[in-house]
Design a protein around this ligand. Sequence first.
Ligand SMILES: Nc1ncnc2c1ncn2[C@@H]1O[C@H](COP(=O)(O)OP(=O)(O)OP(=O)(O)O)[C@@H](O)[C@H]1O
Ligand SMILES: [Mg+2]
Length: 266
Amino acid sequence: MNGSLLEIENLSVSYRGEDGSVFTAASEVSLSLNRGESLCIVGESGSGKSSVAMSVPRLLPSPPAFWPQGRILFDGKDILAMSPKELRSVRARRIGVVFQDPIGSLSPLHRIGDQLAETLFLHCDVSRSAARATALEWLHKVGIPEPEQRLKAYPHELSGGMQQRVMIAMALMLGPDLIIADEPTTALDVTVQSQILSLMRSLVGKDSALLLITHDLGVVAKMASKLAVMKDGRVIETADDVSAFFANPSHPHSRALVAEARKMEL
Ligand SMILES: Nc1ncnc2c1ncn2[C@@H]1O[C@H](COP(=O)(O)OP(=O)(O)OP(=O)(O)O)[C@@H](O)[C@H]1O
Ligand SMILES: [Mg+2]
């Protein structure tokens, strides 16, 4: 048995339109990720990054999404073959997801503290008061100033950067083995982006793994221990050595992406 935490094997992701037409967003994708690693999937808009990443926690609405072929082995078990019950338990406890748009993922009607505490209360065997204490501890951990006051805030009362910090707390506090973050900093300004990335790097430990989706090679350079480049739904290049990739990308499209990113830096 191989020890990968996540093994995506020959996966295709398609969408069926209302007229019955089928569009294949990702084709024959194979990727693997171990504990202690950060895998960045990079590629231009529409290359299929989110289709692949969101297939892992099965967060793509199905229909229209379906998986014509392939397996997604999480700790050796195929997520695509799991029962709804198994899937719910894996999703809640073992896979944490950070979305691009935190405000869309937090409930506008409930205070931050209540949302965090409720998640803990639902999924862990803890009392309500212990859940509140842990929620407070996590607000502190993710760098929210005056966390006691912020517990009582509603999401819209926080800045975008702070909302994303809350989202990260929400994704990490149950101690998931795998964290999936889809463009977690794209909506934030550059300074806040860098703070959030540092925070994620510091919180993803040796026992967990990060699957990070980005179109930004600067983010890859900062975060990745390995990477995959997607284009038109296919993985066109993978690299286990990120500095070697930047020094010498092998696919012409990767070379163009790196050249473009260098130009933007100047
Ligand atoms: N629900 C859907 N129905 C039909 N097509 C879809 C659906 N969701 C995504 N697609 C298509 O699948 C392709 C890949 O989309 P995907 O969102 O995976 O790309 P991406 O690499 O994440 O892009 P971005 O960087 O813009 O987020 C696109 O052509 C997109 O239009
Ligand atoms: Mg996307």
